[in-house]
Ligand binder design. Sequence first.
Ligand SMILES: *Cc1c(COP(=O)(O)O)cnc(C)c1O
Length: 426
Amino acid sequence: MIQLESISSQEAMNLEDQYGAHNYHPLPVVLTKGEGVFVWDVEGKKYYDFLSAYSSLNQGHGHPKIVNALIEQAQRLTLTSRAFYNDVLGKYEEFATQYFNFDKLLPMNTGAEAVETAIKICRRWAYEVKGIDENQAKIIVCNNNFHGRTTTIISFSNDANAKRNFGPYTEGFLNIPYNDIDALETVLSKHSDIAGFLVEPIQGEAGVMVPDEGYLKKAKALCTQYNVLFLADEVQTGIARTGRLLATCGNCTCEQKDCSGTPDIKPDILILGKALSGGLYPVSAVLANNDIMNVIKPGSHGSTFGGNPIAAAVAMAALEVVNDEHLAENAERLGIIFRDELNKYIKQSTIVKLVRGKGLLNAIVINEHEQSDTAWNICLKLRDNGLLAKPTHGNIIRFAPPLVMTEEQLRDCVAIIIKTLKTFED
Ligand SMILES: *Cc1c(COP(=O)(O)O)cnc(C)c1O
């Protein structure tokens, strides 16, 4: 067995640098253990995880209920492929469709695959149900979107690093500004061949861009008016992250039946990933009702690992934890405290411009230009002070801790963040 115990942080980083493709630029910290809201590096230093693997670890590191589900299932049956039935997938599909209130679920593994799947379902629906001419279907997307890294998805990205020299690109996408309802209406009224509108309820990678109150609701109403599918990419915002089970929160069966002030939107196609497994396993899903999902027929789409028994068992446990531990309520409550406390500090700060977000998906904007390295340097200092976060841009730091955090821990984290920021004030 490889003796991972004996490796130092420097050695681990050198190995990745030498033998791994350089497709990431990680913060220099080498983790070896995680539990709840904490992670430990190989030298034994303990940190608050304030990224949660981009909101995959909403249920916290190593949640015992989810870990047990994984171990028990792994010992019984790991993979059948969809060539045969297994005795867990159907139970999971029943559980998850009732949980999110849709007729059907299509299981995949990663977020990007689920987005690809949603695009395919939407296009098929356009030809077979809406009656758009062959190969003419368009999907509206937003500027500064992040939906994953596949060739089709980067085709409609405007992130130069994600896109450059990966062409030729997939056609059939129309870009509009995010949070601009007039732009959506204009493009819908101009084109008759539109199949769908693909949108993040909050743009996470773009820097936690929260749209205006009512934007999503109006967008959904326009989609209904023009017979266009509303595709919600809740890979990052879903599973209680923003203080509700879903950021769109349409007709879901979550405990917060009285979500007052929430946009009550039911996406036509819901895309989930990340925390759907509590960060234990790659599990993603696309949910839709029968009138849409029934365009998918045997042979038209699939994945060897999609819907495997481990994924199904893990996802059920992960969703149960969200309800059992009231994670949506906790995210809502702690998010308010987080923004209130930071806002108090920001009033006298020259280095921080603002804090924004919903639930425990938040970001601070640094008073610097986008190419500045200040956010990176702040993250290095946060690391030294025992808290791990990562910039989304040169001047934006995202804060997304596990939702199992207590108020005391959150206040401790706020103190670390403010103490760190103070060292950057002039
Ligand atoms: C992370 C993310 C994806 C892609 O998920 P992967 O599992 O990395 O492929 C898609 N959409 C959104 C909104 C995301 O945050």
